[in-house]
Design a binder for this molecule. Sequence first.
Ligand code: MTE
Ligand code: MOS
Length: 780
Amino acid sequence: MADGNGGALRPISGDVHTPLPHESARRHVTGSAVYTDDLPELPGTLHCAVRLSEVAHGRVLGLDLTAARQTPGVHAVVTFDDVPGDGDIGTVQPGDPILAPDLISYAGQPIAAVAAETLAQARAAARLVEVFAEELPAVLTPEQAWREGSFVSPGLTMRRGDPQAALAAAPHRLAGTLEVGGQDHFYLEGHIAYAIPREGGDLLVYSSTQHPAEVQHAVAQVLGKPMHAVTVECRRMGGGFGGKESQPAQIACIAALLAHATGRPVKFRMDRDDDMLMTGKRHDFHVRYDVGFDGEGRLQGLEVDLAARCGFSLDLSNGVVDRAMFHTDNAYFLPAARVTGHRCKTNTVSNTAFRGFGGPQGVIAIEAVMDEIAQALGRDPLDVRRANLYGGPGRDVTHYGMAVEDGELLAELLDRIEAESDYRRRRQEIAAFNAENRWLKKGLGITPVKFGISFTAIHLNQGAALVHVYTDGSVQVNHGGTEMGQGIHTKMAQIAAHGFQIDVDRVRVTASATDKVPNATPTAASAGTDLNGQAVRLAVGEIRQRLTGFLADHCGTTPDKVEFRDNGVFAGNHAFSFAEVAKLAYLNRVSLSATGHYRTPKISWDRASGTGRPFFYFACGVAVTEVLVDTLTGEYRFPRADLLHDCSGSINPAIDLGQVEGAFVQGLGWVTSEELWWDGKGRLRTHAPSTYKIPTSRSLPEDFRVRLYTARPNREDTVFRSKAVGEPPLILGISAWLALRDAVAAVGGHRYPVRLDAPATPERVLLAVEDVTARMGGIG
Ligand code: MTE
Ligand code: MOS
């Protein structure tokens, strides 16, 4: 018996729980991985450029397209008026026109789009579009919007007990505000779509998107076509990070509109500046808090207002702000609390999903509070966190009414990190170092994380797959998820390989496409593997069941005597290679293709009452980060970071480790160097790597110790008891910011409050040092 490859039966390679490299790792590093821009261009392909608004808010009085249209190579110049269908593609509610109609809502909004034979011609023509606009007063910050009652949707409050009374009765109390910056996704591959007309008015769109179904829906709507006329495909993205959840629809619609207008294939590949100016980012928040606590640092009462910059439209902001509110507790029990989320409408780009989806902004607020309490009481920040941790009688329900069963896990993680990072000894060493050094100061920050897994829009919690077995025993897997570097395709291949008990290289995962798996959920909320992995498992199980029934009959045995193992199938006394079984089943007219569909159980969320179980489970972790600050310049580096992240029955520990490292560094960038800066006219001035600083290899902690915690399988029945990992570890980056605050506090011997917003750029650190020095009454 052969295995179809000519080899003998042997244990399968690439099973679940093995640290397999990313399926495209080699292609990524050799440059042979095909991204949308690498697809061969069809003859006649036109290129697109857009004319962006320069004003933040304005009424369009008129456009002059003559010069643009006369530019050599130009085939079409289109505006909102050229949309044949409905040009407002707001995902949750209307408000997102693909091109500015008569109202301009932010500086950077596209007003007209050009298709020309070359990109250079398209750009030149776009610049010649003349816009006559009357400027209107603009709302430019979340604080201003909150004050003026400018919102994209009504606020929401989650409440438990009587926080006012608890605050009044608390032995200690402190209040403050915090500015938390936004973040550009800075995916290495910018937004891109390539729209190709097909016969009968159908359209094929290659799109760099986390949500092909949404792109399909939007393109169909804009062109006034049924969804079956539009197919969207994405082999991979060069990073998405949430920035390609809702945003790609607009890019694809503009390309499709131009393809419709010209009858030619149109490619819209944005350059970095346009991408940063035109597309949404992480929400920045203005936070106010009032907290009461006892002598141990235990929270008694808490009131928090979260005012998020949503930008000019709703987009996904309700989900983002809700998630910030869900994570205002982080790992801590809030006995009496009011948490209110304000969805501020500003004349800036409409903000969107970004790794963590608002969660990090909720967590950073309570983590700042923890450190302030510790400083106020002269207690260690770790001890204050322990005192507030979930767990124990009556201390295991969130402020939105969900039971938390992870108190023990959180305590375990804190115990381990305390030991592994040598926390107590290093605290002492740092105190000694700070006492000896006048200008250099060290700081230590600790952050646990408890992150809720599931979409809070309940209907999105479904996954789907389509699996084919071919007659040579090779397997093709299609599923509803998209690959953005996070390794979902690798995990799906491992799950299929496990199911059929064949080598992972006998499984090919295809590009994500709306004609293979329809109506798929966006790959987001870290749930890609949870949802689609179960769907793949079910589809594989379905085919296996058919093969089992067939083989039992064929070999004159019973189904319980049929076993898939070692690249083969054993039925009674017979042994076959998997390829032989596939061929035999085909010859006997057994279907070798199946779909799988999964829906997450147990979850519910009633937004009106602010209660329910919005999350299937929580993913947890903890980090301790050390910083060294030069207080004369505000510059700093991170000598060491220790991370321990809960990955339960990890399907691929190598990929998960990469996710934890990458997420932490992205979180570190968010709270340290990545600064979005708008001028007084609402124009984003940091829209290229020259002014917007993402972390690089040099920003990494010099001694970077990252470990997965897999001792506890997921208590919920997830795919192979794994846990979602994509977003939660980003929150661990907050420990870097806390370390910076700690180092600044050291300037004043931890006696003076520290005023340090995020991101803590060297400039902000320097200003915070000067502020502490001033409070001390001069040079310390
Ligand atoms: N990892 C890489 N390399 N690139 C990405 O764009 N996106 C993150 C995370 N990890 C991202 C990533 C975000 S925002 C999410 S929601 C998850 O991956 C999505 O994938 P998953 O659900 O399959 O984990
Ligand atoms: Mo991730 S922000 O949920 O795409």
